[in-house]
Design a protein around this ligand. Structure first.
Ligand SMILES: [Zn+2]
Length: 254
C-alpha cells in the first residue's frame, strides 16, 4: 500500500503557528490577517529595495561612477510640497503679527545660536525633501518672535523694530508651499539665513544628521521618499551635486 503524499510539517515563518495543508502548499505564511499583512509589507519592501538598487546601478553606469551603486540609502518621511498662491488672509495675518511684535516692548535680541555653515550635502538633502519640517512654521508665524525681530533690528536697522518688521513683511512671497510656512517658497525658505529663527537653522531630522556624516565622501548617499506601494522618488546626492535616480532602468547599448 502506497503512503499518502504528505508535505512536511512546517511552522508559519512569521508567527510560528502550525501551517495547514493548504497553507503549506501556498507558501510559508499562515492565513492569519496579521501574518498576511506582514508578508505583503515584506514583499513590498523587498521590491522597493530591489527597484532602488537597480536604479542606483543604472545611474552609476550612466555617470560612469561605480561608487553610486554602493551609496547608502537614507529614507525620508514622505512629504509632498505643492506651490500655491499665498492666501491673502495668511499674508494679512503675518503682517499684523509682525506689527504687533514691533509694537511690543523690546526683548533682548537673542544671539544667533547656530552660525556654523552646513555641509553642502545637507542643503541638497533639504532641497530634495522640500521642507517637511518647515511646515511646522505654518501656525507659528514662521517662528518669528519678539527676540528674533530685535536681533534683526539690531543687526540691520540700528535697533529699529518697525523697520525690521517691514523687512520680514517684505520677504513674504507671492507663492508658498500649500499648508506650509508663509516663508516656505519655491526654493525653500525665502528668508536669509540670518533672519531665520534658531529652531529653523538648527533643526536636523535624523536622515539629515546621517547625511552630514557623508560630507566629503565621493560615494555620497541616496535619499529616497515614497509610500510603500509605489516606486520611491530618489536622488543621489553628494557635496557637489544632486542627481535624480532614473525611474526605469534604461537598456545598455549593445
Ligand atoms: Zn502566521
Amino acid at each position: 500500500m502506497k503512503a499518502p503524499l504528505r508535505l512536511a510539517a512546517r511552522p508559519c515563518r512569521l508567527c510560528g503557528g502550525a501551517l495547514s495543508a493548504l497553507e503549506r502548499m501556498q507558501g510559508d505564511v499562515c492565513h492569519r490577517l496579521d501574518c498576511r499583512r506582514r508578508a505583503t509589507a515584506q514583499r513590498r519592501e523587498a521590491a522597493r529595495t530591489a527597484d532602488l538598487a537597480r536604479r542606483q546601478r543604472t545611474l552609476a553606469r550612466d555617470l560612469d561612477a561605480p561608487a553610486i551603486a554602493a551609496a547608502p540609502v537614507l529614507w525620508l518621511q514622505a512629504y509632498e510640497a505643492r506651490l500655491v498662491p499665498l492666501p491673502a488672509a495668511a499674508r494679512r495675518e503675518q503682517v499684523a503679527w509682525l506689527d504687533a511684535l514691533a509694537a511690543a516692548p523690546a526683548e533682548l535680541g537673542a544671539p544667533a545660536a547656530d552660525s556654523a555653515p552646513e555641509p553642502a550635502i545637507a542643503g541638497r538633502v533639504c532641497a530634495f525633501c522640500r521642507g517637511r519640517c518647515c511646515a511646522l512654521g505654518a501656525f507659528r508665524h514662521g517662528f518669528v518672535d519678539r527676540a528674533l525681530l530685535q536681533r534683526h533690528a539690531d543687526d540691520a536697522h540700528g535697533g529699529d523694530a518697525a523697520a525690521a518688521a517691514r523687512d520680514y513683511a517684505g520677504h513674504i512671497p507671492k507663492t508658498h508651499v500649500k499648508g506650509g510656512c508663509v516663508y516656505q517658497g519655491r526654493e525653500g525658505c525665502v528668508l536669509p539665513r540670518t533672519m531665520r529663527a534658531d529652531v529653523c537653522n538648527g533643526f536636523r531630522c535624523a536622515p539629515l544628521v546621517e547625511a552630514a556624516q557623508h560630507a566629503g565622501s565621493a560615494a555620497g548617499v541616496v535619499v529616497a521618499m515614497g509610500m510603500p506601494a509605489t516606486a520611491p522618488r530618489a536622488a543621489w546626492v553628494h557635496d557637489a551635486a544632486s542627481h535624480p535616480l532614473p525611474r526605469r532602468p534604461r537598456r545598455l547599448p549593445r
